[in-house]
Write a protein that binds this ligand. Sequence first.
Ligand SMILES: [Fe+2]
Length: 443
Amino acid sequence: MATIDLNSGAAAAVLDEVDLVDLPVIGAIPEDLNGVLVRNGPNPLGGRFKGNDVLDWWPEDAMLHGISLHGGRATSYRNRWARTKRWADVYSPDASLALLDTNPNVNVLYHAGEILALSEGGAPLAITAKLETLGASRRHLGMTNGMTAHPKVDAQTGELMTFRADWKKPFLRYGVTDAEGTSSVDVDIEMSSPSMMHDMAITATHSILLDLSVGYDFSMLSRGHRMPLRWRDDHRARLGIIPRHGGEMRWFEIAPCFIQHVVNAYDADESTVVLDAVRYPQYFRLADNGLTFEENPLGVLWRYVIDLDRGTVTERQIDDVCIELPRINEGRTGHPYRFLYAAEQPTNTEFRGVVRYDLESGSMQRYRVPEGDQNSEPVFVARPNASDEDDGWLLVCVYRRATDTSDLVILDGRNIDSDPIATVRLPRRIPAGFHGVWLPKDC
Ligand SMILES: [Fe+2]
C-alpha cells in the first residue's frame, strides 16, 4: 500500500480552530454565488497522524472547514472539529457524556432542512452552516443508528435514499427518507456475508447497491492488521437493484472489482439501467506474505448497462485517465446527465488536476494543477435558475506547497480549462480531506 507523508504537506492536520474574515481574492467572485463551501476530513485531535498510510488517515477525527462567499466577496473562513465524544475526551471531558459517540469525517449532506456531517456507517451529526454542532439528527430518525456517507437525493422528488452496511447482522439495510425527513422505507436486505460498501446510486425508479470484491476477513485482526477488510477472490462482485420504495432485490454479477465512488445512474428506458462509476480492478489485495497490501491500481471511469428484462450486464471502460472523487450537477442525480467532474489521480499519493467529461460528445477538459500542489474533490454549483446542466461553477480547494496554504479556485463549469474566474487566498492550509458540499445562503 502506498505510503503518504501525512504529517507534512497537503494532508497534514491543522492544530487549531480559527475565524477569518474578508479573505483576499484574485479575479471576481460571481455576485450570484452566495453560500458556504463546507469541506470535511480527518484531522487528529492531537494534531499528528500516527502513521503514513490510508489506514492512519481515514479514521482520524472529523474537522469541518467553511468558506463563505457573499455578494462577490469571500466573507469568512472557519474550521471546527466536530463536537463528538472523541472531541470532548480531549478538550472538554465534562461534556463527554452529552455528546454523540460518532466520527462524521467523510461527507456533508443538506436534506429536509438539516445539515448532517456523515461518517462511514456511524451516526450522522447535525451541524449548522457555521459549523456549530447541534447533536443527533432530529429529522432523519431512521438514520440515527448510522448510515453511509454517500446517500443520494433525487432533486425531483426531494427523497433521500440511503443504506447501512455493517459487519454484524443485519449486514445490509436500505432506506428512503421523504422530502420532509420522515422515514418511508427501512428494510433489511438478505446477505450471506458482510461487504465493504462506501457509495450507492439511484435512478428515478430503483436504487443500486454495490456488493463487490472487498469483503471482511476477521482473521486479519489476530494477524496484526488494523482493519479486517481485503480483496476476496471468493466474493463474487455484483450489483443489487431494488425498486426505490422496496420490493425484490435483484443481483447482477459483474467482473471482480471495487468501486469507492459512483458518478451517477439513470433509467435509459423501462428495462435498462445505466451506472457510471470509478472502478478499480483490484483493491486491498493482500500480498503473498499475508502481512502487507499490494499497491492499489488507480481507478478509471467505467460504465455498466443493466438489462432488467434479460438479467444481463454489459460493462466497459469509458476513458483511461485515472480519476477519483467524481461529482456532477446534483440536480441530475438519478437522471440522465451529460457532464461529470473529477479529481485526477496521477499517482496513489496525490490528487492533482481536475477533469470535466462531456459524455455526449466524448470530449474532455482539464484544469491543470502544478506538480507539488494538490487539489480536493471538485464541487459543482449550479448558477441560480440555470437551465443548462453545466451552467455554474466548479469549486476546488488547491493546496500550494510553496506557501503551505490553500486557495479556493472558482472555475467556469463550462470551461474548466480557462483561467479561474476567481481565486480566494487563504493564509493557511485546508488539509486534503474527503468530500465537500455547497450550502446555499438560505440553508
Ligand atoms: Fe467517499
